[in-house]
Structures are given as structure tokens and as C-alpha cells.
Design a protein around this ligand. Structure first.
Ligand SMILES: O=P(O)(O)OC[C@H]1O[C@](O)(CO)[C@@H](O)[C@@H]1O
Ligand SMILES: [Mn+2]
Length: 450
């Protein structure tokens, strides 16, 4: 009974079937453009495939491109979504999900690009890119987005140096900090990690004056754009409910569900370093993607590459930071995990049933940070919620531990706002939900008293 009430009160999924919506424009314009770029990247790497695998590599390149061109055509002409055929570890999960989507369709129509939920078809596109490579074994490990991720890291060297310098200076003085100063630094580094998710991948790169290129210097100006700021509740968890002045630190386990590689990943590593070196946490578990995903998302390879690059940098504080991070990984203070659930199309409220092992892992955490927009869409099931609906309600029972979303808004779902806040923003700036200009620090806890 209760379940039926809950089911009926869930708003509909965002979908390209709503002509003119952001989902519609994404499926119509942005996804085919991404596919075109992927095809182009594979083609440009033809010589590399030849060098590595001879003629077989070239044939694999041709076949992959032909599958991807077919995919783009199916997408653009709203053809049915097809079952996967690559027989790898998550193939069955995807195909079962397709059946679930089939059951949701009216009049037994097949799920399709413009009729099914946006979250589903967008995830499916990235999984199909992977399928086109899986079906062509010589090139199945090729990361079609690697170049873009690498470029974003190298283009953000200025702010990366600045933030590593900030971290190392802070670490030198950590023992002398008062609780109030510690809170100040915590807020700053949390916000650096938050704005690291901004769509241009860097906060201050590109400014002429490199002296000013410290992400920390921009934070004050960005504050008005944080629409929900639950940082005090996050701090409260990390200090066992003590307000500044007390001296109780959680020293527990913090999990970070990562989003993008490049500048954002560095900001996450900096934040994680601070959590450990300040004693607020004793252990940080990072969660990344097990395949190239949504162009810039972090894979295991990206994670380790970034730390190696930071260590190898010709900059004292960057290099010191990278060395410290290697040590944290070696001594188990930090650990990296991936799980196929993160690259499935499921809403996170399905995790307990569909990936109970991952849910159980997260339950061991004291605090979980979810980085970025896609994680927010999955936390809230990517549905058409009213802006004043409570975050807890949109989570629909997903509550493995205290959690905090650090997200800049790039898709039109946003809950937990004050009455009138969303309406005012819409009146002033119709694209406020998709421009990446606004952000939220949104917290929820199973132990929350209010
Ligand atoms: O890297 P992030 O912050 O998850 O952003 C990815 C987002 O970008 C989009 O492609 C929209 O701009 C969404 O589909 C997705 O939620
Ligand atoms: Mn991403």
C-alpha cells in the first residue's frame, strides 16, 4: 500500500519526448555531436592501431566507425534502443534494464531515443560506444576520451600549481590552526572542489594575469551562486556535531564518488588530502568509472595518471602533493574502487536492490561526497521534481550514510530550494539550471534530527 503511494507521487522522468526541453536538445544536438567527435578520434588514431595491431587494427577501426555511424543514425531517427551483444560483465544488467524500460512504455511501443528517459538513453549511448570497441578486440581498450581529458589537465596547470601551493602551505601550519581557522580552510577547499565541477573545467584558467590564477581567490565572488549551502551540516558530521571551538574530529571514513578527470579531479585530491592531513578523516575511498564515460569522467587509469603527472611536474609543491598522494595510496589511507554500477543507467534508489555489494560498501562510510551533475541526476532519479521538494524525498530511500552532493547545475533538475527561489531565477536567467554558473552543496543524513 505505502509503496503504491510512493510510486504514484514520483514525478515523470526528464525525456526528449518533451520537445524543446533541455533533454530534447541534448538528444537532438549534443549527443550526435559527441558521437561525431568519437568517430573522428577513432579515425585519427588509425595509424596508431596499425602500428600496434597491423592490418587487423585498421579493420577494427573501420568496423567500430561503421557501428558508431549506425548508432548515430539510429539516434537521430528515433529508432528503438537495442539489446547489447558484447557479452561482458554488465551486458545482462543493461539488457534487463531495457526490459524494465519496455514495461514502462505505453501501448507496448519499444523504448527509443526520443521517447525513453533521458538519463537512460544518454548512459546507453556511452555504453554503446564501448560496445563498438568490445566487438573489435584489438582496439577494445582504447579510451576515446583520453585526449580530451589529458588536454584539460595540461590546460589547467596554472590553477593546479596555485592550489597545490595553497595546500602545502596549509599543511605546514596545520598543527597551529585554531578550530575556526580549520573551518575556514575546510570551507575554501570544499568550494574549490565544488567549482572544480564547473563545465569549463577550471575556475580561473584563461585569465591573462597568471598571478591571479588561484582558484581560492575566486571563491568569494562565486559565493552568491551557491543556491543551497549545507556546508555547516557537512562540517558538523566531520567534527562529531561539535561547533567551532570544540575539538572533536570524526577521524572516520570519507568516500568521494568522483566525476571528471582534469582540473576537477585535482581539486578532489586536494580536498581529500586536506581531510586526512587535518585529521577530520582517517581514510578516503575514491570511486571512479570502469569505462570511459560522459566524455571526461575519471577512470582508474585517469586517476593514477593524474597522480603520476602531478608527482612528475616541474613545480615543487605540485610534485610534493603528488608524492604525498602516492604515499596515501601505498599505505592504504586512500583507496580507489570502481564498480560497474556507476556506469549503469540506474537511479541511485535502485542501488540497494541492484548492486547490494556497492550499497553495503557505502554503508560503511561516515560521509559520502557525490561529485557533479550526473551523480545529482542519479541521486534525484532525473525527474521533474518541484524545486521546493526536499532533497530527502528526491533520494527516494537512497541513504547508505550521510551524504553530500557537490554539483554545479548542468541539467534541469533541482530540489531543496526555498519557496520562490526557482521562480525568481527562471524569471531572471532562464538557463540557470543548465549553464554551470550555479551550484549546490546539498546534504542529507539518515541520522538527521530535524
Ligand atoms: O560531469 P558532470 O558534472 O556530471 O556533467 C555531465 C552533465 O552534462 C550533461 O551532458 C549536460 O550538460 C548532462 O548530461 C550531464 O549530467
Ligand atoms: Mn562528468
Amino acid at each position: 500500500m505505502a509503496n503504491q503511494v510512493v510510486l504514484r507521487s514520483v514525478p515523470q522522468s526528464l525525456s526528449a519526448k518533451f520537445v524543446g526541453s533541455f533533454a530534447y536538445l541534448t538528444v537532438k544536438d549534443r549527443l550526435p555531436t559527441i558521437l561525431t567527435k568519437v568517430i573522428d578520434t577513432i579515425h585519427r588514431n588509425k595509424d596508431k592501431f596499425f602500428e600496434e595491431h597491423g592490418e587487423e587494427g585498421v579493420q577494427a577501426e573501420k568496423r567500430a566507425i561503421s557501428l558508431l555511424s549506425k548508432l548515430r543514425n539510429e539516434l537521430q531517427t528515433d529508432k528503438p534502443v537495442l539489446a547489447l551483444t558484447d557479452n561482458v560483465v554488465d551486458t545482462d544488467m543493461w539488457n534487463q534494464y531495457l526490459q524494465r524500460q519496455q514495461a514502462l512504455m505505453d501501448d507496448n511501443e519499444p523504448p527509443s531515443w526520443f521517447k525513453s528517459p533521458w538519463l537512460y538513453v544518454e548512459c546507453y549511448m556511452y555504453r554503446k560506444i564501448q560496445e563498438s570497441l568490445h566487438l573489435n578486440p584489438p582496439i577494445c581498450d582504447f579510451d576515446v576520451f583520453k585526449e580530451a581529458k589529458t588536454k584539460s589537465f595540461f590546460e589547467s596547470q596554472q590553477p593546479i600549481m596555485a592550489i597545490c601551493t595553497y595546500l602545502q602551505e596549509l599543511n605546514k601550519n596545520m598543527d597551529d590552526l585554531s578550530e575556526t581557522q580549520l573551518l575556514e580552510h575546510f570551507l575554501k577547499l570544499l568550494q574549490v572542489s565544488l567549482w572544480g565541477n564547473k563545465c569549463d573545467l577550471s575556475i580561473s584558467a584563461g585569465q591573462d594575469n597568471s598571478q591571479k590564477a588561484s582558484p581560492v581567490d575566486s571563491l568569494e565572488d562565486l559565493k552568491p551562486f551557491i543556491l543551497v549551502d549545507d556546508s555547516n551540516l557537512v562540517w558538523s558530521v566531520l567534527t562529531n556535531g561539535k561547533i567551532p571551538g570544540g575539538s572533536s574530529k570524526l577521524q572516520g571514513r570519507v568516500d568521494i564518488v568522483l566525476d571528471n578527470a582534469g582540473f576537477e579531479l585535482v581539486t578532489d585530491l586536494i580536498f581529500a588530502d586536506f581531510l586526512v592531513s587535518s585529521g577530520l578523516a582517517s581514510k578516503v575511498c575514491f570511486h571512479g568509472k570502469s569505462m570511459p564515460w560522459f566524455v571526461s569522467d575519471t577512470t582508474k587509469e585517469d586517476f593514477h595518471w593524474t597522480i603520476r603527472q602531478t608527482l612528475a611536474a616541474n613545480h615543487k609543491w605540485m610534485s610534493k602533493s603528488g608524492a604525498q598522494w602516492q604515499c596515501y595510496l601505498k599505505d592504504g589511507t586512500w583507496s580507489y574502487y570502481d564498480h560497474s554500477f556507476w556506469t549503469l543507467p540506474h537511479e541511485f534508489c535502485d542501488m540497494a536492490a541492484d548492486a547490494p555489494d556497492l550499497y553495503a560498501t557505502l554503508q560503511k562510510s561516515d560521509l559520502i561526497f557525490f561529485k557533479g551533475d550526473l551523480n545529482y541526476r542519479k541521486l534525484t532519479s532525473d525527474r521533474d521534481w518541484g524545486h521546493t521538494e526536499p532533497f530527502e524525498k528526491a533520494l527516494r530511500g537512497f541513504q547508505p550514510a550521510s551524504l553530500c552532493s557537490l554539483r554545479t547545475l548542468k541539467a534541469n533538475v533541482q530540489v531543496g530550494l526555498q519557496p520562490g527561489q526557482g521562480e525568481n531565477l527562471t524569471a531572471q536567467e532562464p538557463t540557470w539550471m543548465t549553464s554551470g554558473k550555479y551550484a549546490v552543496v546539498q546534504f542529507s543524513s539518515p541520522h538527521r534530527e530535524q
